[in-house]
Design a protein around this ligand. Structure first.
Ligand SMILES: Cc1ncc(COP(=O)(O)O)c(C=O)c1O
Length: 420
């Protein structure tokens, strides 16, 4: 998809310019055999792989610069602080936030959403509503359910259609003067649907409702500009965009973060502490209690540098082409049912084959060196909507190629023969 969320036309025969061979050379993990076959890693929606540049940055930090950040007077602490805060600036630039004060490092998307639920939601009451969609990941459902349990607020769910698309008009109709927040996935991890956030956000804005976008599955695949989107919050995880695990980002508009109470208490989030009164630190440190994941932030910064050298526009065009190729090859197999056939889709292909259990498909594919995910993908309401226990899901990254897809298709043919 491109910056406006559209999938580029890949019908012409010209293949997008991205040096896949050179890129694959940057990813050591891809060059191994699994069960005697070359690895075809197609589980990128669960977690992506890391290029050598990210691994090197983390190793360099631990070998040369590690110390605790922010409060040291010695050289290593200065270096660690510079690298950590440098990573924050890289994130700011990557998503075009106005200021680094709007970039809060979290443990990941889940932690970022819980932060907003806990902090923004602290004054919600039984008169309030939170609006989500039917295709959310559990990480964008359960924190709101917990908040509803605590405050008596109501959770409203916008419906989807059989293609796995958000019913936008129904969603807008569910917004009222009771709605305190809309929380919606930019891209569905189970279906690949790209939600029309650029239409939803202005409609919410007209009604003075803030919008949190769960960007976990969008940020690895397209350029994100939070100012152009005009979202109030944008949450994402480093490990899905070639960075380390255990770190992610909550972007929050300054006007919201300023009025939100701290999420967790401890070191770094204070200006002064006495038993009578504690004064909280300025943004974004107010939301970063305790020693942060310094190496994680530095690794995320290196991942951003890496993605920038390839260019998000090239990544989006390349993946759109690969998605078209994969969707057409998989659709031709006998007994295939695609789950998620939205007009606007990112590189996720969820499917079932006749009544073969997805876990059986996944196991046969693993024997062929192909890594996919099977199950409910932390989106049980989506599975319930389609009346299935789960799906097999192949998910793409820019380091995948047509050979990976061919290997997947051959593996599926074998599984179909075995279970027929
Ligand atoms: C759409 C979506 N939201 C949230 C998450 C949770 O991300 P994390 O486990 O990195 O916090 C995921 C993970 O798969 C996801 O796909």
């Amino acid at each position: 998809m491109n910056a406006t969320g559209q999938i580029p036309d890949s019908s012409n025969s010209a293949r997008p310019a991205l040096d896949n061979d050179r890129i694959r050379g940057d990813f050591p993990i891809l060059h191994q055999s699994i069960n005697g076959c070359p690895l075809a890693y197609l589980d990128n929606a669960a977690s992506s792989q890391r290029p050598r540049q990210v691994l090197d940055a983390i190793q360099h930090y631990y070998c040369h610069d590690h110390s605790n950040v922010h409060r040291g007077v010695h050289t290593l602490s200065h270096r660690a602080t510079e690298a950590y805060e440098g990573a924050r600036e890289k994130v700011r630039k990557f998503i075009n936030a106005r200021s680094v004060t709007e970039i809060v490092f979290t443990r990941g998307t889940t932690d970022a959403i819980n932060l907003v639920a806990d902090s923004l939601g602290r004054d919600f009451s039984a008169d309030d509503e939170i609006l989500i969609s039917h295709m959310e990941h559990h990480s964008n459902i359960v924190p709101w359910q917990l908040l509803c349990e605590k405050t008596g607020a109501q959770l409203k769910v916008a419906p989807i259609n059989r293609q796995g698309e958000l019913l936008l008009d129904d969603c807008l109709a569910l917004m009222s003067d009771k709605t305190r927040l809309v929380a919606i996935a930019h891209v569905s991890n189970a279906l690949g649907t790209i939600n029309p956030v650029e239409r939803l956000i202005p409609a919410a804005r007209d009604r003075n409702i803030p919008v949190l976008v769960d960007g976990a599955q969008a940020i690895p695949h397209q350029a994100i500009d939070v100012q152009a989107l005009d979202c109030d919050f944008y949450a994402f995880s480093s490990h899905k965009m070639c960075g380390p695990t255990g770190i992610g980002v909550l972007y929050g508009k300054q006007q919201w973060l300023e009025r939100m109470p701290p999420y967790q208490g401890g070191g770094d989030m204070i200006l002064s502490v006495s038993f009578e009164q504690t004064l909280y630190n300025e943004l974004p440190y107010r939301f970063e209690a305790g020693t942060p994941n310094i190496a994680g932030a530095i690794g995320l910064g290196a991942a951003i540098d890496y993605l920038d050298t390839i260019g998000m526009a090239s990544i989006a065009a390349y993946e759109a082409d690969l998605l078209t190729y994969a969707t057409s090859a998989i659709s031709e197999l006998p007994g295939i049912r695609l789950i998620g056939t939205a007009a606007e889709k990112a590189g996720v292909i969820s499917f079932n084959v006749d009544d073969i259990h997805p876990h059986d498909l996944g196991t046969v594919l693993d024997h062929q060196g192909v890594a996919i995910r099977t199950g409910h993908h932390c989106a049980m309401p989506v599975m319930e909507f389609f009346g299935i226990p789960g799906t097999a899901r192949a998910s793409l990254a820019f380091y995948n190629n047509r050979q990976d897809i061919d290997q997947l298709v051959e593996g599926l043919k074998l599984a179909i023969r075995m279970f027929q």
